[in-house]
Design a protein around this ligand. Structure first.
Ligand code: AMP
Length: 634
């Protein structure tokens, strides 16, 4: 009898299950129908057909377990108990690292509570920790900042200081990054669900190099993109990048960007999200699209990749996705021809794109205007708040416009303290005494002080944030500015936000001539007596002298800080100067930073260029085509 059963089993298996499985696998579905069937008909799970699934599909099943509600539940529970979670997080960090040279120095003697920690360990800046980080980079064979050895170094973008800083990196920071990604995605997905598909992600691996001690060094985002967890998380969040790895990690970011655009077009119907780390790179990418769209169409028409792509690994990878497709090429070509000033480019080319996602706050706000032109009606969702030194908070209210975005601090990814700023320079004059995460006051501004899992203890991040509310007991922070990005000569103090507002006011005059400010920065020129502000502009076309002169006056008048206005009135600060730059100057600045090891997606135009940044100042000064001096206050 058992022989009959065995034959029947083999017959069903070979003639029914195997062909059906292959048939289902060939169906164009991303949801692994087999999993669905076996879920609906539990008895089918008895059959050993799982091994017939391709690895990809098996992984998909594992990763499809992303459960937004569960992630939100975890976040709610953490933030309802912020104080306790902070105490535990600090204890965990100190327990893991108490044997490190740096912590031993402060005699914690096995006491890991916040009171002992904050009274024994000083508040520091990167400069104070630099010698320790250097020892690690040079290959110290004992625990310097962390108990476990640091194997990777992160290069911060260095846009404020002029050169990248070294920051220790470890797996815990990758895990924190994934937790932030999952948290904000869960809230985003609840508000704006997406289906299975792909993301056109303008992400770029930076150059990596090995330090003297043999540690790998690269940007924070490169370290994340190279981690196995990143891909897994992106897949689970239904947003795998549409470009192959060879494009993301290409040695030349111009070629990489071209291929990202090409892949986006090839998979245009599957694109659910357009994203990058910072909004600048999305705008930069579509500005590039405006220049190369015909070439991209020609590549799709012929199936032959442009000769501008010279890196073999990219050519080989792109050959797998690029096939001749006249119909698609014509479709894209006609859609582009039909657009006026590239208005609504994104919904036209990517009809299933649900939203655009990147950091759009702080120094990214000036790019929103252009991004909205490309986006047409597609929603802009602003991403989370973090830095090379670690993440801080997630955007858990994705339905708010980017300008109103705030970040709920995740209490288990670091120990957070806050230096109160009543006046922006006050903290330099007194012994800094930060307060804890749950002690911050609504409406107050603070500088963020971070203790993380990778060897930074009471580290001043240099960012100013404002508490605009609470999510349970964790504060919601709005980004205000970088502390050291400030225009000051006398008693005046203008932050990057003041500069942005002044540029926005003056740019309205240009808009009347259908021109826009492509990018801007500033400088304090103390070579004149008295010193004066210099604003550098790159403009999209030729503006008349008359308009530019008006813009210059408007810039000067739009700095409304009382210290500036009174100093200008008595000529303690000289007339503001507007210097117009040759087209392509900001591209040169971007190239300069990428050459130093930064990545396009992490790039932030330095909004104030000081003497610590002579190379960028030189690029700016060498590319001035016209300059105007304000006659306001005369
Ligand atoms: P990086 O040097 O590339 O690590 O850049 C980190 C810095 O970028 C932070 O210290 C902030 O100044 C800025 N930043 C990061 N996230 C945001 C955000 N969501 N909004 C505004 N600025 C941000």
């Amino acid at each position: 009898m058992w022989c009959v059963y065995l034959h029947a089993y083999i017959f069903i298996y070979v003639y029914i299950i195997v062909p059906t499985t292959f048939f289902l696998l060939n169906c164009n579905t991303q949801n692994c129908i087999i999993n669905k069937i076996s879920f609906s008909f539990p008895f089918l799970r008895q059959f050993p057909f799982k091994h017939l699934l391709p690895i990809d599909c098996r992984i998909k099943k594992m990763e499809n377990k992303f459960d937004s509600e569960k992630v939100i539940e975890e976040f709610e529970s953490l933030t309802k108990d912020t104080k306790r979670v902070q105490i535990e997080t600090l204890k965990k960090i100190l327990q893991e690292n108490y044997e490190a040279e740096y912590l031993k120095k402060w005699n914690l003697d096995g006491r890991f509570d916040p009171q002992t920690y904050t009274s024994c360990v000083p508040v520091v800046t990167h400069k104070d920790l630099e010698p320790y980080i250097q020892k690690i980079a040079d290959g110290a064979s004992y625990p310097v900042l962390t108990g476990k050895p640091i194997t990777t170094i992160t290069l911060s973008s260095g846009t404020t200081q002029g050169k990248p800083k070294f920051v220790p990196y470890n797996d815990e920071l990758t895990e924190n990054t994934m937790q932030i990604y999952r948290t904000s995605f869960a809230f985003r997905n609840r508000a704006f669900p997406i289906g299975n598909g792909k993301a056109l992600s303008f992400i770029f691996g930076s150059k990596q190099f090995t330090t003297k001690g043999g540690l790998l060094a690269g940007t924070a985002t490169t370290n994340v993109y190279r981690s196995a967890q990143f891909k897994k998380t992106m897949k689970a969040m239904q947003t795998p990048c549409c470009s192959p790895d060879e494009v993301i990690f290409a040695p030349d970011f111009h070629q990489s960007l071209y291929c990202h655009l090409l892949c986006g077009l090839i998979f245009h119907e599957e694109i659910q999200i357009i994203s990058s780390t910072f909004a600048h790179s999305i705008v930069h990418s579509f500005r590039t699209f405006e220049l190369v769209w015909e070439e991209l169409c020609s590549d799709i028409r012929t199936g032959v990749l442009s000769a501008r792509i010279t890196v073999d690994s990219i050519r080989t990878a792109m050959a797998k996705v690029l096939k001749p497709n006249t119909e698609l090429a014509d479709k894209i070509y006609n859609k582009c021809l039909g657009l006026t000033d590239w208005n609504g480019l994104i919904p036209e080319l990517f009809p299933n794109c649900k939203y655009i996602y990147a950091i759009m706050t702080g120094s990214m706000e000036p790019y929103l205007k252009k991004l909205r032109v490309y986006a047409g009606g597609v929603r802009l969702l602003s991403a989370d708040y973090g830095s090379s030194e670690g993440w801080i908070g997630a955007n858990v209210n994705p339905d708010l416009p980017p300008e109103m975005t705030s970040f709920a601090v995740l209490p288990n990814i670091g120990y957070f303290e806050f230096l109160r700023l009543t006046s922006i320079d006050e903290i330099d004059s007194i012994e800094p005494k930060p307060i804890g995460l749950t002690d911050v006051q609504l409406g107050e501004e603070y500088e963020v002080v971070v203790t993380n899992f990778a060897g930074l203890y009471r580290y001043r991040l240099g960012d100013v944030v404002k508490v605009i509310g609470f999510h349970n007991s964790t504060p919601k922070l709005q980004f205000v500015c970088r502390r050291n990005l400030m225009l000051t000569i006398n008693i005046d103090k203008n932050t990057e936000k003041d500069l942005q507002l002044s540029v926005e006011a003056a740019a309205k005059l240009l808009a009347a001539e259908k021109l826009e400010v492509l990018d801007f920065t500033s400088h304090v020129d103390l070579n004149t007596d008295p010193g004066h502000y210099v604003i550098f502009w790159e403009v999209s076309g030729d503006a008349s002298d008359e308009i530019l002169k008006e813009c210059c006056n408007c810039l000067d008048k739009s700095f409304v800080d009382a210290g500036y206005v009174s100093s200008r009135k008595v000529n303690a600060i000289g007339p503001l100067e507007l210097r117009v730059l040759r087209r392509g100057t900001f591209q040169k600045i971007l190239d300069h930073y990428v050459g130093l090891g930064s990545a396009l997606n992490q790039f932030k135009t330095p909004r104030c260029v000081g003497p610590t940044n002579p190379k960028v100042l030189q690029i700016l000064c060498n590319n001035v085509v016209k300059s105007y001096v304000s006659s306001s206050f005369c």
